[in-house]
Design a protein around this ligand. Structure first.
Ligand code: M6R
Length: 611
């Protein structure tokens, strides 16, 4: 959470930092702030709310400089106030700092400084760090930072300015992500590579326990013990156009509409079609055929939308992998007494690769001896490094807080993985493998057919925009899709939505049904179709309007529903790729009709790096 941006170079630092913060606003938008080194003075401007508010404030009271750092906050310690907004500064104005993460011993340190007479301006866990560094600083900034880090507990990414130094600034990473960028005479830092793409593709992904000194000459990297480290700059293959909305009103809509091409990209080179090898996960895939045969357990662990993709994959694994399958939210898995060993394949699914609970869960599984794999869109993320082996989503940067295109990428990567295992386990014959892989290759076109019907989903949302809430039902993988549909709706429209396994409805949720609470039934024509149809009728008998997401050619469903959306026919195991798309669009249009801030839903941040 929280977005960080820093710049030193010949350009106007205010412009670069504000541009970066706008790009990073998906990480938090409770408040925003900027600090500019102007000679031996540091000017600070901060405010509650979005970067737009900060911009307006700077128009009235401008700052300027060639070295600047900025922050957009997702509040943890201390309310949403101007005082709690970053940057923070020590009492003498020597050290100015921005922070992403949590300082666990801030209270203890605060008391120590209070006894010496310090007075704090904020309620944050950050301000004390500026005091601490300042108290340790004589003439060696690196030494002061190192000594301060040794006294801190928790997780932190800091960017630090010293008032008497205007040609360098400092970055520290222990936990939350921080990436550095360089260009001729310029040095950038940001929480996420997307903010740097308009300026450079020469990127250095900081690792934990590193301190960087950034100047016009480039980056010097040190360990927390002061040892100089080699700078590992690499060229990233994402470009700035991937992070712009283009002609779309919202990133979320752009990203929904990209899903056909994302699916093609995720499958490219991994699905051989009629070739000798149907599915080829390539050299990046760390498991041999022999490993696969020995696996006895498969754990699929993730949070939020990624966990819903894991749940879809779990259903597929039940069918094909012939293993004990466990799908669990990372925030639960990490505290459970999970049995894993060398015959356990533990898969951690995360768009960002930075989710704190998923990281902690992966650490635990590794410590217990499981063979681990990260399924992520961020190959340089903390999760990728923790786990060592990565199946990449190839979805490109996702900016909308509500995940959409990465969900499709996750479904594709996980489906390939489970089918690959199924084949090695002897549960997927050649004929079925070919049927599925050939259909996978056809899915992008079918998905694009659904995208072409956005207007009918907009009208459907219009008809239901005054509903009191929504109940999503489905069975098997369609239950997981119902959960994803409900999550999307809640996240961006703030309308109450809950999802249940269709067969569970009569064990309680049915009590809330009435004419103001539509039931969204995910009911493709699969093995469980008739069972779900019975549940639809139970809901209908309680006067709930029925919205059905059904398969093309299913005329019966019209009789039992008030609103239908038809997905193209596909293999039973692959329906989630298609049923989720109308639910994403329904949520998008409903939120839009209700006038919500779609790309920046309240209280949320794109990557949840706190526990
Ligand atoms: O980056 P991750 O995939 O690990 O993130 C997990 C969740 O925080 C994320 O999916 C969240 O639920 C999204 N806002 C969903 O739209």
């Amino acid at each position: 959470m929280c977005g960080i941006m820093g710049y030193l170079g010949p350009k106007d630092a205010v412009e670069v930092v504000l541009g970066g913060l706008e790009c990073l606003e998906y990480r938090g938008y409770d408040s925003a702030g900027i600090a500019l080194a102007e000679g031996r003075k540091i000017g600070i401007s901060k405010c509650v709310g979005s970067v737009a508010n900060l911009k307006a404030q700077l128009e009235k009271n401008p700052l300027s400089g060639k070295l600047g750092i900025g922050h957009t906050r997702w509040a943890t310690h201390g309310g949403v106030t101007r005082e709690n907004a970053h940057p923070h500064v020590d009492a003498d104005g020597k050290v100015v700092l921005i922070h992403n993460g949590i300082i666990e011993n801030f209270h203890e340190l605060g008391e120590e400084f209070s006894k010496k007479g310090a007075r704090f301006a904020s309620e944050t866990d950050t301000e004390i760090v500026a005091f601490l560094i300042s108290s340790l600083y004589e003439d060696d900034p690196l030494l002061a930072i190192r000594e301060a880090c040794a006294r801190l507990r928790g997780s932190f990414a800091f960017v630090i300015l010293f008032a008497n130094i205007s040609d360098r600034y400092y970055c520290v990473r222990k936990g939350p992500p921080l990436v550095l960028g360089t260009a001729e005479g310029e040095a950038f830092c940001a929480s996420d590579v997307t903010a740097l793409l308009p300026y450079t593709r020469n990127i250095l992904f900081m690792e934990d326990d590193e301190i960087a000194e950034l100047s016009a000459e480039g980056v010097a990297l040190y360990g927390f013990d002061g040892t100089p480290k080699e700078t590992r700059t690499q060229t990233v293959d994402w470009d700035a156009s991937m992070t712009s909305k283009g002609m779309y009103p919202h990133f979320m809509l752009k990203e929904i509409e990209e899903q056909g091409s994302i699916l093609r990209r995720t499958l490219t080179g991994r699905v051989g079609g009629a070739g000798e090898e149907g599915i080829d996960l390539g050299k990046e895939f760390p498991f041999s055929e022999e490993d696969a045969r020995k696996f006895r357990r498969i754990h699929l662990v993730a949070c939020g939308t990624s966990c819903h993709a894991a749940a879809v994959a779990g259903r597929l694994a039940d069918k094909f992998a012939d293993m004990d399958v466990r799908v669990e939210a990372a925030s639960e898995y990490r505290y459970g007494n999970v049995i894993c060993d060398a015959h356990t394949l533990a898969i951690f699914v995360s768009q960002s690769g930075e989710t704190a609970d998923t990281l902690a869960a992966a650490r635990q599984a590794r410590a217990r001896g499981a063979r681990c794999l990260a399924v992520t869109n961020a190959v340089n993320s903390s999760l990728a490094r923790e786990v060592g082996s990565v199946l990449e989503l190839r979805a490109g940067p996702e900016i909308g807080v509500a995940a959409t295109k990465t969900f499709i990428g996750q479904l594709a990567a996980l489906t390939l993985l489970v089918l690959w295992l199924g084949k090695r386990k002897g549960n997927l014959d050649r004929e079925k493998e070919l049927r599925l892989t050939e259909e996978l290759a056809r899915l992008p076109l079918k998905l694009e057919k659904i995208l072409g019907q956005g207007e009918s989903l907009r009208k459907m949302a219009e008809r239901h925009k005054d509903a009191f809430g929504f109940l999503f039902i489905g069975r098997g993988a369609s239950h997981a899709i119902g959960m994803e549909g409900a999550l999307k709706l809640k996240e961006i429209s703030y309308v109450h939505a809950e999802a249940h396994a269709a067969g569970e409805m009569k064990h309680g949720p049915i009590a809330i049904l009435d004419v103001r609470l539509p039931v969204v039934a995910v009911v493709p024509k699969d093995d469980l179709y008739e069972k779900t149809l019975s549940n639809i009728q139970e809901a209908r008998a309680r006067s709930a309007p029925i919205i059905a997401i059904a398969s093309e050619g299913d005329e019966d469903i019209r009789r039992f529903s008030d609103d239908c959306f038809f997905i193209p026919r596909t293999e039973n195991e692959l329906t989630p790729f298609l049923t989720v798309v109308p639910l994403q669009l329904f949520a998008y249009h409903l939120a839009s009709l209700l006038g919500k801030e779609i790309d920046r839903p309240r209280n949320l941040a794109k990557s949840v790096t706190v526990e």
